[in-house]
Ligand binder design. Structure first.
Ligand code: SF4
Ligand code: SF4
Length: 100
């Protein structure tokens, strides 16, 4: 298991309240608001940490670049992918690349 898999394993084993706190820490570190793809709709909906929570449900569909690679969450969780707001979470993209 790599860093992300270990983190995900722990994330799903802890109580829901703690999970929310874990997510809040990652959201606080998220630099999506600095990204050209991040738009007003996403900001108003307080969307963050797509790498964990998955695609932007309604706001982001256009690729204008991605700043995930210089985000501290990428290094701390050893994320492999990016463009999470329109391609899906790290877990989803890993799964998709495994099965295709
Ligand atoms: S890796 Fe990308 S989506 Fe995840 S917290 Fe950082 S900027 Fe946000
Ligand atoms: S996931 Fe990547 S492309 Fe999407 S808003 Fe965050 S930094 Fe930008």
């Amino acid at each position: 298991m790599d860093t992300f898999e270990q983190w995900l394993d722990t994330f799903w084993q802890i109580p829901a309240r703690e999970r929310k706190e874990y997510l809040a820490v990652k959201k606080a570190a998220c630099i999506c608001p600095e990204c050209p793809s991040y738009n007003r709709c996403a900001g108003e909906s307080k969307e963050l940490a797509y790498c964990i929570s998955g695609k932007s449900p309604l706001c982001i569909s256009e690729d204008r670049g991605c700043t995930c690679r210089r985000c501290p969450v990428t290094s701390s969780l050893n994320l492999t992918y990016h463009d999470f707001c329109f391609k899906g979470s790290e877990a989803v993209q890993r799964y998709e690349h495994e099965v295709h």
